[in-house]
Design a protein around this ligand. Structure first.
Ligand code: G3H
Ligand code: 13P
Ligand code: NA
Ligand code: ZN
Length: 308
């Protein structure tokens, strides 16, 4: 069943969080929907502009719609992640999305408000909910790299004005996470005092955590043992941090890096151990199983098992 993120957030606020997972190809979509059906857990399947260019927007959406038929007990929203206007208008026109993110967080406050406001008007007229972002995360997303010195935490003094002026339905905030595999190289972790200040000013309003991957050191070690060369001091969001963030209003936690690392691990190990093989479907099946197992753990951690 296809819901808006607003419907999902109304139920989960303060009690559990919904994983929002970026998908690019078929095997991920099977793994995600299979896990959700088994766990009876709600989720958000999301596509970035990069993913929509890579797979082609229509192909990606068709695969998601096909998965909804193949896994009929699933309850989910389909979301544009880190959208800009051209992708958002296209996604609204496709009829297949229940929510969009307008990421104008790199603009100044006034421009961010104006761009977000326009998206909210057009999205709401079509029954679609809108995530906006205030504050700038460091790291790599799509082809944009933001250095730590150009990133900035969300200013709690601005959140009420921003939400009132834009009419957005949820707010992505920068509270110490970053995109990609190399988060927290400085070891600082989530800034709970900022999150608390934001939640105090926006009680009951759904907050979104980007950069939610855990970057498992075991997975990184296995990739490197199979010929990879990833930095090993990388560390993502810890389980305790997730559990602490949920009662503070974090309703949606975005994950992309973890599933990419999983793909890299499965394929590197498979071709290392089977140098004579060349069928994509054999590691593909292993990947779908690993992906499903990974998502079952996330549903458990986020508290959304049985909540679909
Ligand atoms: O922030 C979102 C994703 O990490 C971006 O993924 O650049 O591969 O679309 P992508
Ligand atoms: P990660 O890089 O931690 O997976 O973050 C994903 C994200 O925020 C997608 O919008
Ligand atoms: Na998003
Ligand atoms: Zn993000």
């Amino acid at each position: 069943m296809f819901l808006t993120t607003k419907q999902l957030f109304d139920k989960c606020y303060g009690r559990y969080a919904i994983p929002a997972v970026n998908v690019f190809f078929m095997e991920e979509i099977h793994g995600l929907f299979a896990a959700a059906q088994e766990a009876d857990a709600p989720f958000i399947v999301q596509t970035t502009p990069f993913a929509r260019d890579y797979a082609k927007a229509d192909m990606l959406l068709s695969m998601i719609q096909s998965a909804a038929r193949l896994y009929p007990q699933t309850v989910f929203a389909v979301h544009v992640d880190h959208g800009i206007e051209e992708h958002i208008w296209d996604a609204i026109g496709s009829g297949g999305y229940s929510s969009v993110m307008i990421d104008a967080s790199h603009d100044n406050f006034e421009k961010n408000v104006a761009r977000t406001r326009e998206v909210v008007e057009r999205a709401h007229a079509n029954g679609i909910s809108v995530e906006a972002e205030l504050g700038v995360l460091a790291g790599v997303e799509d082809d944009l790299t933001v250095d730590a010195e150009h990133s900035s935490y969300t200013n709690p003094q601005q959140v009420v004005d921003f939400v009132n002026a834009t009419g957005c339905d949820s707010l992505a905030i920068a509270v110490g996470t970053s995109h990609g595999a190399y988060k927290f190289s400085g070891g600082q972790g989530l800034q709970f005092h900022i999150l608390e200040e934001i939640q105090k000013r926006l009680p009951g309003f759904p907050l979104v955590l980007h950069g939610g991957s855990n970057v498992s050191s075991e997975v990184v070690a296995r990739i490197n043992a199979a010929g990879g060369n990833l930095k090993t001091d990388a560390k993502g969001v810890q389980e305790e941090e997730i559990l602490k963030a949920i009662p503070l209003g974090i309703c949606k936690i975005n994950i992309a890096t973890d599933t990419r690392l999983l793909w890299t691990m499965v394929n590197r190990e498979f071709f290392r151990d089977h140098p004579d093989e060349f069928a994509p479907t054999t590691p593909g099946k292993i990947f779908m199983e690993e992906y499903k197992r990974f998502m079952l753990q996330k549903f458990e951690l986020f508290g959304c098992v049985g909540k679909a």
